[in-house]
Design a protein around this ligand. Structure first.
Ligand code: GLY
Ligand code: MN
Ligand code: MN
Length: 470
């Protein structure tokens, strides 16, 4: 799997004399080991649980590769969530192999050796181009894993009697390992998602950290509102949040939704190209992904001028009541869908009271009709963790059609969305989009709101904004 030297399409050829000259006169560079000091022990336990589900088999879980943006330009690399969960390693190009006896080996790119041409001339792997990387011995110590050069992986796979591969993550590996048992490979993906549904203690600390940094990003956005008011305001505020994400975390965990005015009624508005005007609401749905790659997913609705109008206030408080009802429904043993139905009962009642649903509440809630969905549009939350929509491949009976269990972390985010061109709603409601989104942990007795540091009620949002405005 060794790649030819990548010297780009526009660099000069390398004369032999230069190659020789560049090969000498260097000392070893300092290379950081960016492994969280506590992750190795947790990852070992997770590997043992996974191996226990597939006794006697080889399991292959790659980190993946950075997607190409154009030609030789790549999007920033982010290792796959399953690989991250099993290793704690953030380097690109790694592949974890669990042997039938449970022994774990991480095959990963060795940095080019000091003195080699690749060291200084290779744009993809070269240290001079990309920075120094830890050698495999040091990395292995930090991860408490046996690390071997990636070049040994093909031979290791050839000797494996039966290997299940997590497919769709690393195209090289997908091509290298012939598909002999597609259902068996898919079972590995499902097993990983099922296992990841329940977070361990350390994961909860990481998620809480992501939420805390995200809360600081929301404060930054509130402080920046005066400067952002005007054309291009959504872009400015997206940048404001992103700066917090980059300085205290790794990245944002998904494209931030910075939606002023009627953009808030577009569920996944992420162009963020619009102006921010006084009197409007700003819906901010954003999450920082911290260095260990857990992400928050929080939404607040902010009155740009600092105060909700009476109409904005009433719709906001209706959505908050739905959010309260949903949180009250969170407990181990409750169906995952229960909190959604609790929120929908509140919102449907409100929509009947507003005269928008012209029927009885029973008719409105009839599962065969669900007409309220014209204005609620989507489900009320999802699992959250290493991925914003975490554990998406989990067995339905353990997730969407299953029951909540202590250790699950999820969002609660019912909302109301009145499209600007909806002729069935009064003019003053058109273009309003309201969502409050909290991140919660299911505990032994109920739930803990990880995002409780941010205000929820309209009054608390207003006083929080006033305090930040100084
Ligand atoms: N920000 C995406 C979501 O709330 O699901
Ligand atoms: Mn969400
Ligand atoms: Mn969200």
């Amino acid at each position: 799997m060794s790649e030819p030297l990548d010297t780009g399409s526009h660099d000069l050829a390398i004369p032999a004399a230069l190659a020789e000259f560049m090969g000498t006169g260097w000392s070893e560079p300092d290379a950081p080991t960016e492994v969280h000091p506590e992750v190795a022990a947790w990852a070992a336990k997770r590997r043992a649980r996974l191996a226990g589900m597939f006794p006697g088999e080889h399991l292959v879980v790659p980190a993946g590769a950075a997607p190409v943006r154009s030609n030789d330009q790549f999007y920033r690399f982010r290792p796959g969530a399953d690989y991250t969960w099993l290793t704690g390693d953030g380097n690109r190009g790694g592949t974890l192999v669990l042997a039938p006896d449970g022994e774990a080996t991480l095959y990963t790119d060795e940095p080019p050796k000091l003195g080699s041409t690749a060291y200084w001339a290779d744009r993809t792997t070269g240290v001079v181009w990309n920075g120094a990387r830890t050698d495999l011995v040091t990395l292995g110590r930090a991860l408490d894993l046996r690390c071997r050069p990636l070049a040994e992986l093909p031979a290791a796979l050839r000797t494996s009697r039966r290997a299940r591969l997590l497919r769709g993550i690393d195209p090289h590996l997908d091509a290298l390992v012939p598909v002999t048992d597609p259902a068996g490979d898919a079972d590995l993906a499902v097993a990983l998602a099922d296992l990841r549904l329940i977070k361990d203690e350390w994961e909860v600390t990481q998620l809480q950290h992501a939420v805390d940094v995200t809360a600081r990003g929301f404060e930054d956005v509130v402080r920046a509102l005066p400067q952002a008011t005007g054309p291009g305001g959504e872009r400015w505020l997206e940048g404001t949040f992103w700066r917090r994400a980059r300085t205290e975390g790794e990245e944002v965990g998904y494209h931030s939704i910075v939606a002023a005015g009627s953009h808030a009624a577009t569920l996944h508005w992420k162009d963020n190209t619009g102006p921010v005007q006084p009197g409007q609401l700003l819906l901010l749905d954003a999450g920082v992904e911290v260095g260990t790659r857990y992400t928050a997913d929080i939404t607040r609705v902010l009155p740009v001028s600092g105060r909700f109008t009476p109409v904005q206030h009433d719709v906001y408080e209706l959505v908050r009541a739905a959010n309260d009802a949903a949180i009250d429904a969170l407990r181990p043993g409750a169906a995952f869908r229960d909190y959604h139905w609790a929120a929908m009962a509140v919102l449907a009642t409100g929509l009947v009271d507003l005269g928008l649903l012209r029927c009885s509440l029973d008719e409105a809630l009839d599962p065969q009709r669900q007409l309220y969905r014209r204005w609620t549009l989507c489900g009320s939350g999802h699992m959250l963790g290493l991925d914003v929509h975490d554990c998406a491949r989990a067995t339905p009976g353990r997730y969407a059609d299953g029951e909540l269990q202590a250790g699950m972390t999820l969002t609660v985010e019912p909302g109301l969305y009145f499209q600007p061109n909806d002729e069935l709603v009064p003019a003053e409601l058109r273009g309003l989009g309201m969502r409050i989104e909290e991140d919660l942990l299911i505990t032994a007795t109920g739930s803990r709101n990880l995002s409780a540091a941010l205000p929820r009620s309209a009054a608390d949002v207003e006083s929080w904004m006033a305090a930040l405005a100084g």
